[in-house]
Design a protein around this ligand. Sequence first.
Ligand SMILES: [Mg+2]
Length: 265
Amino acid sequence: MNTAEISREIRQRLVRMHQTGSHFGSAMSIVDILTVLYFRVMNIASPDDPGRDRFILSKGHATSAWYTTLARKGFVDEKVLDTYLKDGGQLYGHPVRGGVPGVEASTGSLGHGINIASGIALAGKNDGRDYRVYVLMGDGEIQEGSVWEGAILAARLKLDNLVAIVDANNLQGFDRVEKIQPIRTFRKKWEAFEWGAREVDGHDHDQLERALREAPFVPGAPSVVIARTTKCKGVKEMEDCFESHYLSVPKDKVECYCRELEEEQ
Ligand SMILES: [Mg+2]
């Protein structure tokens, strides 16, 4: 399956959805990660299959990318995407478990996803199931202390069925990550917490797939893939731009951005 094409379609859909609300750049940053997970790596034929691989979006504010991926996968009616952030709709600005098929956990309070994912991974082991659990976090998010509490526990429980992915775009809600809390050594930090770690280009589908398939990187240990990404990937004038965290897509830019994405292929 041509996942480059799927990522492009999802990004074009996000351009149209984000004429309202925030977090356009946050969503565009993770499209390739979600596409590779759902269309190349995860074993998930149905969102209700008890044996399915699980995915938790810990950086819940980027949920428009998750909704769009679930729709492209066929778990959500494409028409429902038109209700994003609309009164009376199901698609809130942060994911709510049970609200949309395939949304495994309510998130948005940062630093919780790794702990929810660890619990699901532990349950899988206790139940003798061989599913994997993937959790996607932001690079600003991993400044949260609860992430590292979770990392200690996951290593102690030997959750080798748990894979964390860090969307490392070097921007967070208030500034560049390096200006707020530099984490240049964070691969070493994960390794010090007894996780196996790999670093990849988070927009290169082959690199992402290889790393995600090769986990666990250390036998008996949880794994982290540090995905180097660009915030608002795909829309040149907003790439690596802090403001894309908050600004909506101006109405008069929608067709221009969609065309730019089309021409990139
Ligand atoms: Mg970030």
